[in-house]
Design a protein around this ligand. Sequence first.
Ligand SMILES: NC(=O)c1ccc[n+]([C@@H]2O[C@H](COP(=O)([O-])OP(=O)(O)OC[C@H]3O[C@@H](n4cnc5c(N)ncnc54)[C@H](O)[C@@H]3O)[C@@H](O)[C@H]2O)c1
Length: 354
Amino acid sequence: MAGKPLGIGLIGCGDIAPTHAKALAEATGARLIACMDVVASSAKSLGEEYGVPHSTHVEELLDRPDVDAVTLATPAFTHADLAEQAAEAGKAVLCEKPLATDLRDADRIIGACRQAGVALATCFPLRYLGAAKWTRELLEAGALGEVIEVRLRNLGEKQDSYWTGGFSGRTITDWRRSKGQSGGGVVITNLIHHLDLVRGITGLEVIRAYGEMGRFMTEVEVEDLAAACLRYDNNAVGVVEGSSCFFGGAAEPEVVLLGKRGQSRFGLWSGRAEVYLTEAAAGLPAREWTEREFPDSAQVELYEEFAAAVRGGVAPPITGEDGRKALEIVLAIYQSADKREPVSLPLVAEEDRV
Ligand SMILES: NC(=O)c1ccc[n+]([C@@H]2O[C@H](COP(=O)([O-])OP(=O)(O)OC[C@H]3O[C@@H](n4cnc5c(N)ncnc54)[C@H](O)[C@@H]3O)[C@@H](O)[C@H]2O)c1
């Protein structure tokens, strides 16, 4: 396989699927081979647009020898069964977030891939944002000092149509409205990205979470507004805020990291990051904001690194364990909101279903 792009089979041709297909068209180390969806029209339109065979049968895709790996772009409640099937067929797995809706399914996915000896990665492309990588470099160089606070915000207004068709309406489904099928609302759907980013940038782990949330304005089973406080294993504090009914919208989703020597703040859409240091370091001045803008090629970079890892026989940069860890923080926030008390991590096995 050396030198040949990694062949990807795309399972699920709904809202997020074109993002994968487009990234694969731009990547050099991986390419789209075939796609499938249980809804024929969704599979057909994606397959035709990207010029690849399409199917409604997963076996057809998994039987193809030119498919080295699959991307699971289906709802989270389907990930465990599909990952097991793919692993048994000897295919590496790139799984959309959230890895699963509970830790039992997350463990099934990790176990199936380990047993079959295939690579497993979780799709958290925001780790490849230039702003995130810059912040990590500044932290590693000591320029920002030790992290003492993180602030994570995702305040948006999702239209009624989102709950049945996502942002594009490519496939009409109702899993987003169902707590059982989606796992939850804005925390598991959106803030899981921010929570993973902090892990990816800082290496810090959450040891305690306290959440408050509700379903205020939307006819769904999941929360449409949530806030949480976190404690990290170095004693840093986290402040988390999310909403899908923030009428009029708010600033773009944001990550702020406060260190003992300054702060970094960046948006998840604009590619813009701003850094303020109390002492000059890493080529940056003291007591002035420095702004940088980065081009967005996060999804392409994720595929390049996933492909290189699979081809090299090493673990992908963002593993199944990373997907499980992010999910565990989300579940701790949900549990604490249910119990009306802080919840410590790691979660104990009996408590992993919310
Ligand atoms: N990384 C991101 O930024 C991001 C953004 C949006 C969605 N997602 C995630 O991607 C996944 C899919 O989300 P979406 O918004 O595209 O959902 P969607 O409902 O629009 O699309 C999912 C597709 O999967 C198909 N499907 C369902 N069960 C299947 C099965 N067993 N086999 C094959 N196809 C099946 C559906 O018919 C549908 O077309 C979710 O886990 C979601 O959280 C990630």
